[in-house]
Design a protein around this ligand. Structure first.
Ligand SMILES: *Cc1c(COP(=O)(O)O)cnc(C)c1O
Length: 382
């Protein structure tokens, strides 16, 4: 093969993006300047949330979201096994325990009927989680109305891990409006829908949660006179608790703002390519993701015969297709087995994992790139 490897995901950077970053580089403020708050306000407005808190990555946003909701030692947080490890690790950073609820085989999101059963059982044994973290896998929103209703019924808080779902909608309204949750978290890693290199944001409608996350993002320090207990002069800042340096730079925020202006174009191209895959793979012996016009289409994950998954994956790799697998169930990682989890604990996520292959899907793919992927898949399946 002489042609380049086609990655499963990648950024698309324009001349406007470059100019936006350069403008900040030539300005007095490389960090904590005006671009950060502008990016926060723009994404919050786009998603219909009251406030955004930009941070250095989505993992940090998940950590701050857990802390702002009071997660600590003795608490339990539930998430889905079909996710990136960060969705679970964030609770462990706070000293809390993690548990999982198995996935719905149709959507690969957290299974709402399993969640309802587990919550009922946990209420009886007084072991309810403090927080649940549903993940909008591949950009397809979880049934947040049902999850939100369950959470209210049992007094459980909700953080949506929407790392895959910037620009997705649910029942016609944007993911990120927090109407069924306390906090929604986005990632701007280069494989995601819009990028800042590294970066993330937490959106919330609760000013107290926003204030807590802003403070924790910067060492636990505040300079706001209204928040200071013992002012000692105009130089004075106050650290009220233990925080972190989780700030996003202004170069990154400017890139995010510029990328956000093209979000609709990115979404339209992802959706077009996803529909093109649906049409052009329909004749092959593979499982395709269910159509979903509201998805942000971060990932296009197909299912193949489990006994041939490795062979098909390797054939695609040899043909220069940058396939991937999303996700290795989190509970099967050694770092989770050490906590007592084992293969067999969450059979739906495990069954899906054994068949899963992620095909390239991103706005730089183009019809030619996609045709190469399709031809390679046809060949690999023979
Ligand atoms: C990418 C991702 C994260 C972590 O995002 P970073 O910005 O890289 O920290 C968390 N959860 C999910 C589901 C992700 O896909």
């Amino acid at each position: 093969m002489t042609s380049e490897v086609i990655p499963y995901g990648r950024q698309l950077i324009s001349a406007e993006d470059e100019a936006a970053v350069l403008e900040v580089l030539r300005s007095p403020w490389l960090t904590q300047g005006p671009a950060g708050p502008r990016f926060e306000a723009a994404l919050a407005a786009r998603c219909g949330a009251a406030q955004g808190v930009a941070v250095c990555n989505a993992t940090a946003a998940l950590h701050l979201a857990c802390l702002a909701l009071g997660v600590g030692p003795g608490d339990t947080v539930w998430t889905t096994p079909n996710t990136f490890v960060a969705s679970a690790n964030c609770a462990r950073y706070c000293g809390a325990r993690v548990d999982f609820v198995d996935t719905d085989p149709a959507t690969l999101n957290i299974c709402v009927s399993a969640l309802a059963e587990r919550l009922a059982a946990a209420a009886r044994s007084e072991t309810l989680p403090k927080v649940i973290i549903p993940v909008h896998f591949s950009g397809r929103a979880c049934p947040m109305d049902e999850i939100g209703a369950l959470a209210r019924r049992y007094g459980v808080r909700v953080i949506e891990d929407a790392s895959h779902a910037v620009g997705a909608t649910f029942q016609g309204a944007p993911v990120g409006d927090c109407r069924f949750s306390d906090i929604v978290v986005f990632s701007f890693h280069p494989v995601k829908i819009i990028t800042t290199g590294e970066g993330g944001m937490a959106l919330t409608n609760d000013p107290e949660l926003a204030r807590a996350m802003i403070r924790l993002r910067s060492h636990g320090i505040s300079r706001d006179p209204a928040e200071i207990e013992s002012p000692d002069g105009p130089w004075y800042y106050e650290q009220s608790g233990l925080g972190f340096n989780y700030r996003l730079t202004d170069m990154q925020a400017a890139l995010g703002l510029s990328q956000l202006s093209r979000l609709d174009a990115f979404l339209a191209e992802r959706r077009r390519l996803a529909e093109r895959y649906h049409a052009r793979l329909a004749h092959l012996p593979v499982g395709l993701p269910a159509p979903c016009p509201e998805s942000a289409w971060h990932l296009y994950c197909i299912r193949v015969d489990a006994s041939r998954r490795r062979e098909i994956f390797e054939r695609l790799q040899r043909d220069g297709i940058g396939v991937n697998v999303h996700y290795i169930p989190v509970h099967t990682q050694p770092a989770y087995k050490a906590l007592g989890f084992a293969w067999g604990d969450f059979p739906a996520a495990e069954a899906y994992y054994r068949e899963a292959i992620t095909l390239p899907l991103h706005p730089a793919l183009g019809d030619d790139g996609q045709d190469r992927v399709i031809a390679a898949l046809e060949k690999a399946l023979q």
